[in-house]
Ligand binder design. Sequence first.
Ligand code: ADP
Length: 174
Amino acid sequence: MKQRLAIYPGSFDPATNGHLTIIHRALRLFDHVVVAVAQNARKGSLFSIDERQELLREALKGVPRVEVDSFRGLLVDYIRERKADAVIRGLRAVSDFEYEFQMANANRKLDPDFEAVFLMTGEDYFYISSQMVREVASLGGDVSGLVPVCVQRALMEKYPKRLTEIGRMKSKGS
Ligand code: ADP
């Protein structure tokens, strides 16, 4: 029987626990899942493409049937190249819907065989986004529980100054 392959594309800047649950749920529906980091030069990013892939690989260490990759250009071209059956996208709130609906239709126009599967998040994860995690971490906030441990560590390395300042403020008692 043909193995079903799904591609989960996104920025993953950085990967969050919201992304990870979507991956685990996608693995229940498909034989293989490729997590594909999109190389989008227009979007300013905190982590490089390589860092984002490395963090995903570390967070998914020991999880079978998952591969981490990156792609440049049109998603439909990458899907064809990988011979994937579908694309996975996560839906957090109604606000995600409009964009996803537009993208899915644009992709179907580019390739009539394009198929997208939308997984809705549970109440535990709907509020987590990479942007929110970056902001909280940049202000020295605690992101444990929102991201895998390796991402937490990487965020601390990106914002060491801020953390040192906060440490100093705390030790002064302010
Ligand atoms: P993009 O820049 O393509 O939106 P993201 O990395 O932000 O990439 O997200 C990739 C996919 O994961 C998108 O479909 C997004 O809706 C979904 N996603 C992100 N965070 C969550 C979450 N907390 N719960 C469910 N889906 C999520």
